[in-house]
Design a protein around this ligand. Sequence first.
Ligand code: O2Y
Ligand code: MN
Length: 587
Amino acid sequence: MSTPLEAWVEESAKLTQPSKIIWCDGSEAENERLTQGMLDDGTYLELNRQTYPHCYLHRSSPNDVARTESLTFICTPKKEDVGPTNNWMDSVQAKEKVRPLFAGAMKGRTMYVVPYLMGPAGSPYSRIGVEITDSPYVAASMRIMSRMGKVALARLGKSDDFVPGLHSLADLNPDRRFILHFPEEKLIWSVGSGYGGNALLGKKCFALRIASWMAREQGWMAEHMLILGLEDPSGKVTYMAGAFPSACGKTNLAMMVSALEQQGYRVWTVGDDIAWMHVASDGTLRAINPEAGFFGVAPGTNGKTNPNVMTAIHHDTIFTNVALTESREPWWEGMDPAPPARLTDWHGNRWSSGKTPAAHPNSRYTVPAQQSPSISPRWEDPEGLPISALIFGGRRARLAPLVYESHNWQHGVFVGATMASETTAAATGAVGVTRRDPMAMLPFCGYNMGDYFGHWLQIGSKLKKPPKIFHVNWFRRDADGKFLWPGYGENVRVLKWMLDRIEGHAGASDTPIGCVPTASSLTLDGLSIGPDTLHELLAVNSNAWAEEEQAVERFFAKFGAHLPGALRDEQKALAARLASVSTVSAT
Ligand code: O2Y
Ligand code: MN
């Protein structure tokens, strides 16, 4: 009798017809074989053995360089199941449409069966996935991003409790590219892409879209959040989780070298992208990082924005679509003030400066989390870490103050549900367009977002001491368009204010949007921020917020009867608070 896993592998092989099947065990020897194969066939280029040992460059197909939201679908019987913010396909029709693309797709290729664990080995909160793929690059990347191989197979045994994900590069034609999720079956199908979130199925497909559905069924949370620990001078560490849309510096915040290290405040990294959170028996919210690595965007990363990751990526790292220097080192825009003399661009051509970027704007490093000097000694705690603060962030040039605290959990859910960010050119091609991205989950929530807001409210009702919920905006600008806040390591000063609020000894002014720091409650010593700048950073303009409240009303209308009444009440309460004040200044 075959096990459920063996049966699914057999069925998949019958459909895709590979010439060979390899069951990945996650061993060093296996990784060496995979690496050698990719060096032999040109999938990998070896980087400088002295300065970047065991590091490789992979160049993806130029038409396959990012997640493709327009080709990503949640497949269920009813469109209403997935709501107004997801692409939907009927589950039966989706299979009829996409099965033919898998038929014979692995002919002449090796099929890799990649069992993996999302979450630390031994954690009751970890879950098992198995990815079938014809890409050795995907198999090698999954080895970094998850606990892959024997450890997962041993935990699975003969059980059927795993999330199957069938992946094939097929012909890499964007017209035949689909990323499909069948949440009722906990099944993923991905065809026609070998890149990142489309192909490393443990990440966005499983750990967010499928897991958010599982979490609703099972009473936990799967969130697009970093997890960090803030150590205070006494050595006590307070854990915080934070959701930020892309291009808001999430990885850099998670891995920050604190500007207040001399004063005893240090930041520890637990995760940079995804948090699975559970209500523990003591009524606290505890988080694990389901991933084992960082798949970070390279451009803009340097010794100032993220010194920890710059250290981490000097060995055992896969680089994708970055440029190459003459001495076979990786390079990207924003790494150094000026590009080195001779560069090969991400296509493999000699680069001439000024026209197009040498590295693709979405080029990446894939690095084991434990290589970061900032990794928390408790990052693999099987019970998860107690979360005292949840942080929502956005990029708002004029509207949101540097930081504010919500009045309570329900108000905090409203703050998360109304999160928005102004786009940068790198993200969409359009600059300054406000995109609403509730809890940074817009592309990742596997079901109707109205119901997702309801799930957040329900979790809150189970927490004995809910985390405080904050909103931050590092990107406020002055009238000349200059950033008001220095950012990077200085962001620890805002985390410290949150910590002081948690411990009950930081001042705040109550405003219609929430509690904003008093000028004296922020630790700003050593910074040259004048009183006028601070006033601008913390100001709450009620006219601008009244416009925002109207935009929120229009956004909420999309969810119809799925929008929880409590959020509608929060919106009305905000309108009433704003109406009762003239233009407000918090300081
Ligand atoms: O473009 C991709 O495939 C990567 S997207 C990504 C990668 C790491 C962490 N977060 C994201 C994201 O889009 O949120
Ligand atoms: Mn992400």
